[in-house]
Design a binder for this molecule. Sequence first.
Ligand SMILES: [Fe+2]
Length: 288
Amino acid sequence: MARRVPLNNPTTAIKTIKEDGGVILTGFSRRSDVERVNDDAAPFINALVEDRALRSLPRETTRCTRLFGRSETAREVWLQQPALLEIINYFLRTVSIPYNDAGDFKLGTDAILSAAATLDVGPGVKAQDLHRDDFIWQQTHVNRAEEHTLGADVCMGLLVPGVDTNVENGATLFVPSSHLWEHSRRPKHGEAVSVEMGVGEAFLFLGSTVHAGGANTTTKPRPMHGFFYCRSYLRPEENQHMWWTSKEVRQWSLAAQKQAGYVLDNPFLGHCNEENPVDLFRANDAHM
Ligand SMILES: [Fe+2]
């Protein structure tokens, strides 16, 4: 089972993550703040649900992407808690001494946000396949034997339930200590446990930990707010995406767009609203 540790005890939380690959943080949020974030995501979720209904599409899992900007409570209250940042940066802070003439220059960088979205898992949605989130950065794993190796992880996930989660409504499936497994090892039946959480708790886990969203067998949707962090160096040196307007980028060749990172060449990395940025350019062009 997933172990519980109070957020205000980061030392024990770190120890637990090193051993299990994940931990339930109790005292993560006030109930009123969870309700506030639920309300922040709801208009975007509802608009998508209505749109699907109009087009006779199944409800399935409806996502509110861009949650970091859309929810001030999530961004400024949840994600700025010193104890949370202490735990995340214990695993994802990168420190190095670059080669240079003086030899006394040290670089230290903290984790950055990789993605933030509410996943509103509808009734009848099946469980995800068990996976490791770090596959999007094409990580492979050697057997880490008995102990976690600090520095081996490139990303972490934080899941904050919008309602109480249980086996019936699809609490997250988690394989304890799977962050220590070599790449090809698959869980045996019964090795995945359900991370059942009450409102106000959160599950923090390493990107190397095997997990999946559970099946929702109830008649109600299960909203889960997800925040994902990566090492700060997992980005280009110059931020092309900040400089150029979509109008300018549309003039570039597809090869140039791809070279500058505007094209998905991996099913997930660099998406915009879960779509390929160049497809969004084309969709916008069609409306002009
Ligand atoms: Fe995942």
